[in-house]
Design a protein around this ligand. Sequence first.
Ligand code: HEC
Length: 127
Amino acid sequence: MNMTLSRIVLVLVMGMAVWGMVTWSGTARAAESVPQKGQPVYEKYCLLCHGPEGRGDGPQGQLMKPPAANFKSPQSKNKSDAELLKIIREGHPNSAMTKWAGILSEEDMKQVLSYIRQLAGGPDKGL
Ligand code: HEC
């Protein structure tokens, strides 16, 4: 009787441990994959100017005036997500930064923004 009970308890505990590991690794993977969705978008549309690491040193980035923004600079890192998203959506006046609304979906622009933040090591605001 006691043996059976302890076996049941053991099975239950092991079951919960396995379940916990499965759900934990599931959420960890989901969290990692979110910014990555922006990577193909960035490489296709933005890398040419903003560069592979977001320093504004893409093959065309330094040829224009003003040069492409360096996402690792304090100027960019101090901007809020809303400010950067507005520039991505609407472009920046008198610069080579064109408007991406209509070309990219709202979802793609948000994904590419989180990819830019990932390249820059996160926003400075509020830290
Ligand atoms: C033709 C070159 C070019 C391409 C392509 C380009 N950008 Fe830009 N981008 C610029 C330039 C130049 C600026 C700087 C504008 C300024 O300083 O007035 C800029 C500025 C920005 C800013 C504002 C940064 C800040 O701190 O103010 C963001 C965000 C941005 N770009 C995101 C993107 C994204 C996302 C893409 C791809 C979907 C992209 N850019 C594609 C040239 C480009």
